[in-house]
Design a binder for this molecule. Sequence first.
Ligand SMILES: Nc1ncnc2c1ncn2[C@@H]1O[C@H](COP(=O)(O)OP(=O)(O)OP(=O)(O)O)[C@@H](O)[C@H]1O
Ligand SMILES: [Mg+2]
Length: 468
Amino acid sequence: MKQQTAYYELDGTDRATRRANRTPRTRPSKNRKSAESLEAASGRGSGRRLLVDKHRATTRILQVAYPFLAEGGIGAEGTYIGSDVFSGGSFVYDPWVLYQDRVITNPNVLLAGVIGSGKSSTAKALITRSLALGHKAYVPCDPKGEWTAVAEAIGGATIKLGPGLPTRLNPLDAGRQPVTVDADEWTRIVWSRRRALLGTLAESTLGRPLIAVEHTALDLALETASAQVPTPTIPDVVVALFAPDSRHAERAGLKTASLVDDGREVAHAIRRLVHGDLSGMFDGPSTTDFDPALPMVTLDSSWLSSGGDDQALRLTLACASSWLEAAVADPAGGNRFIVYDEGWRVMRDPALLRRMQEQWKLSRAWGVSNILIVHRLSDLAAVGDHGSEARALAEGLLADCSTRIMLRQESDQLARTASLLGLTDVEIATIAKLPKGRALWRLPSRSFVVQLIRHAREVELFDTDARM
Ligand SMILES: Nc1ncnc2c1ncn2[C@@H]1O[C@H](COP(=O)(O)OP(=O)(O)OP(=O)(O)O)[C@@H](O)[C@H]1O
Ligand SMILES: [Mg+2]
C-alpha cells in the first residue's frame, strides 16, 4: 500500500520493529483507541501524515509549479531585508552581488526619509545581517551615538570622540599600506589624503575656497612637517604654517615672510583643532589602533553634537572619517560598508562634500559600499545655488549612488524627489504614504516596495524611541 511505503521510508523501520520497541503499557487506557484516532486525524505522531511521495526539485522548476510562491526581488543572493509588498516574496539585497551582475553601476546607497521613518533601522538591518556573509561595516558618522549598541551586540568596537574624552585620533595617520600598492604610490596616496584633509579643514572653517597662495602655503607646511617626522600631526602643520621652513620657501622661490602672510588665515583656521574648542581630539598621535579583524567599528561623536555646534561636528567628521577611511583603504580588505548616518549634517558644507566625493570615487576600487543617510533629496540641493560647484558635487554624489532607498517623504518634497530620481506617478504616490519601515528601493532598472521585517532582538537593538 502506498501509505505503508511512505510510512516505511519516513521512519526507516518497519511496523513490527516499532511495535517491539514500544514501551509496554501497564494499565491499558480506556480511551486509548479514541486517543489514537485523534492523533491520526490531527496528523501528529502516527507517522502516517505524509500521503504523497517525496519530491525534490530546484527552485527554478518549483517557481513554475507554484508561480505565486516565486521569489520577488532582484536576485536570489544577498541579505534578507523583508517582504516585497507587491509579490509577497522575500526581498534580498547585496550591493556587491548586484554590482557583479551589472544590475547597479556602483555599490553606493542613498537612504532618504522623514524623521523617524526607519532610515537607520533599515541600514542597521542590512549591515548586521550582512555580517553573516563576511561583510564588515564602519560608521565614521554617528552624531547620535546610536550605532554603539549595535557594534557592541555584534562584537565590534566603538571609538568615543569628544572634548575631554581620553581618545585621540591623528587624522594624518597613514593607515595600512595595501600589499598591492608599491612604496612610491603609497607615499603619493598618503600625501594627497593628508593634503586633501587639511584643505577641507581650512575651507570648512573659513567658509570659502582657498586661494592659490594659501594652497601653496599649506603644501609647503605639510612638506615641512612630513620631513620632520614620519607621521606628522595637525599641530606640526600649524607650527609650519606660522613659522615656515626657509629652505622649503626658497625652493619654491618664495620669501619666508610672505609665506607667513599667505598662510596666516589658513593657520588660524586649522588652529581651532589644536587650541580651540576641539583640542584634545585630533591634535596628537592616535591613542587607539584600528583593528581590521573587527566586524564593525563606529565613531561615536554624540558627546560633541549634543552641543548642537554643526561646524564643530563637521570638522570632527572630516577628521574622523579621514582616519577611518585611511584605515580601510585596502582593496584586499573584503566587502565593507561605510555608513554616514545623519549625513545631511555633513552635506551642508561644500568642502566636506568635495572630500566625500573624492573618497567615494576611490572607494569603488577598495570594494566599499558607502551608505549616505539624509532626510530628503533637497538636502543635496541646499548646499549651493543652481549651477554652483557645490550643487554639482552634491548631485554627483546622488549619481554615484546606484541604489536609492526612499522612505516616506513630506508632500512638499515629492516633486523634487520625482524629478531627481525620475520616478513614475505611481512611485510618487507610494512614497507619500509609506508607513514606518517600508521603503521604495529604487535601482537603475527597477524598483520595489519593501517592508523591513525585524527580529524581536533587532526591534530592541535598533530602537531609537527609548530616549523619547
Ligand atoms: N519596520 C518598522 N516597524 C515599526 N517600527 C519601526 C520600523 N523600523 C523602525 N521602527 C522604529 O521607529 C523608530 C525610528 O526608527 P529609526 O531610528 O530607524 O528612524 P530614522 O529615520 O533613522 O530616524 P531619524 O530621522 O531620527 O534618524 C525606532 O524606534 C524604530 O524601532
Ligand atoms: Mg536615524
